[in-house]
Design a binder for this molecule. Structure first.
Ligand SMILES: NC(=O)c1ccc[n+]([C@@H]2O[C@H](COP(=O)([O-])OP(=O)(O)OC[C@H]3O[C@@H](n4cnc5c(N)ncnc54)[C@H](O)[C@@H]3O)[C@@H](O)[C@H]2O)c1
Length: 302
């Protein structure tokens, strides 16, 4: 066991399987006590099982400390209870890894409002609810005179950063998580809390919703074994971002795909045009857009 996270207490949401399971095992391996949250059951969280207990048993077998939590992170009361019992049972809260997720893929013309709402609820509302609950807790600690070094690590994806066919719900949710990361990184800086997002990869029950994709659980592999689609491939990055060593890194998006880390940078001004303090005219705007924004003189931008 390494001392990187010794004395820290972490919540990992959606940690019974796949990427979150890898994060929970990794954080425990570095000395953190871990709350393994997951409502259990199938890929969409339906049909609650006791799967988080399995991860707790793995952590305890390796000499660590963990507790299971079966709350639904899209439900406000469950999230309040998750944070309250973390502090009551493990004494403190230092790290929140917002990982829980579901997919409901369909081309937008076939997607139901339910498909949209469920995906938004788990990813966006869930990440926002845990962030708010943790922020309220840490604000209270700061007001009580404590120096806080809180960590929030959110989970985005290539779909949210670049778009993906069939994922208008999921891509919207994952892009929203980036906006939430940027804004809360600004708000929580004054409390000593960093907020970053990772873009992980791995063959999990989510990717198995695509035909012919097998599932790997992180503990199918040895702790030092490399597999390009290991769901725990991003977990060392999460452990480092969770540690005191990363105090200066906040508001960042880092993808961890196969053996590479990618620092992602988003919207920036690429070109501009000015109306020189006159009102724009739609009928002449085309040539301004073509010339100044896209660098072409063709009226059809081509
Ligand atoms: N697998 C990939 O290649 C990939 C790529 C980019 C991002 N992601 C993201 O990584 C995260 C983990 O996904 P995964 O691939 O490990 O899938 P997974 O299905 O193996 O794990 C997700 C876990 O979240 C749990 N969960 C779902 N809804 C929940 C809720 N409301 N409350 C608590 N737990 C809930 C599920 O029960 C499941 O155990 C997700 O946010 C996903 O969008 C995955």
């Amino acid at each position: 066991m390494s001392p990187l996270l010794e004395g820290k207490v972490a919540i990992v949401t959606g940690a019974a399987h796949g990427i979150g399971r890898g994060h929970a095992l990794e954080l425990a391996r570095h000395g953190a006590r871990v709350v393994v949250n997951d409502l259990g059951g199938a890929v969409d969280g339906a049909g609650a099982g006791r799967d988080a207990d399995e991860v707790v048993a793995l952590i305890e077998k390796a000499g660590g400390t963990a507790i299971a939590d079966y709350g639904n992170i899209a439900v406000e009361a469950d999230v309040k209870s998750l944070v309250d019992r973390t502090v009551a049972e493990l004494g403190r809260l230092d790290i929140v890894v917002n990982n829980a997720g579901i997919v409901r893929d369909k081309a937008i013309w076939n997607m139901s409002t339910d498909d949209f709402d469920m995906v938004m609820a788990v990813h966006v509302r869930g990440t926002w609810l845990t962030t708010r609950a943790a922020a309220q807790h840490w604000r209270g600690r700061v007001q009580a005179g404590e120096a806080v070094r809180g960590r929030i690590i959110n989970t985005t994806s290539g779909a949210g950063l670049s778009g993906n066919f069939g994922q208008s719900n999921y891509a919207t949710a994952k892009a929203a998580i980036v906006g939430l990361t940027l804004t809360t990184s600004l708000e929580l800086a004054k409390l000593g809390v960093t907020v970053n997002a990772i873009g992980p990869g791995g063959m999990t029950r989510i990717t198995a919703t695509m035909a012919g994709q097998p599932v790997i659980e992180p503990d199918d592999l040895g702790p030092d074994e490399y597999h390009p689609m290991d769901p725990a491939g991003s977990s060392p990055l999460v452990a480092w971002l969770a540690s005191d060593e990363s105090q200066l890194i906040t508001g960042q998006v880092i993808r961890a795909i196969h053996d590479k880390l990618y620092l992602m940078k988003g919207w920036h001004e690429a070109a501009s045009a000015s109306s020189n303090e006159t009102r724009w005219k739609a009928e002449t705007l085309g040539s301004t857009v073509a010339t100044h924004l896209f660098g072409t003189r063709a009226a059809g931008l081509g």
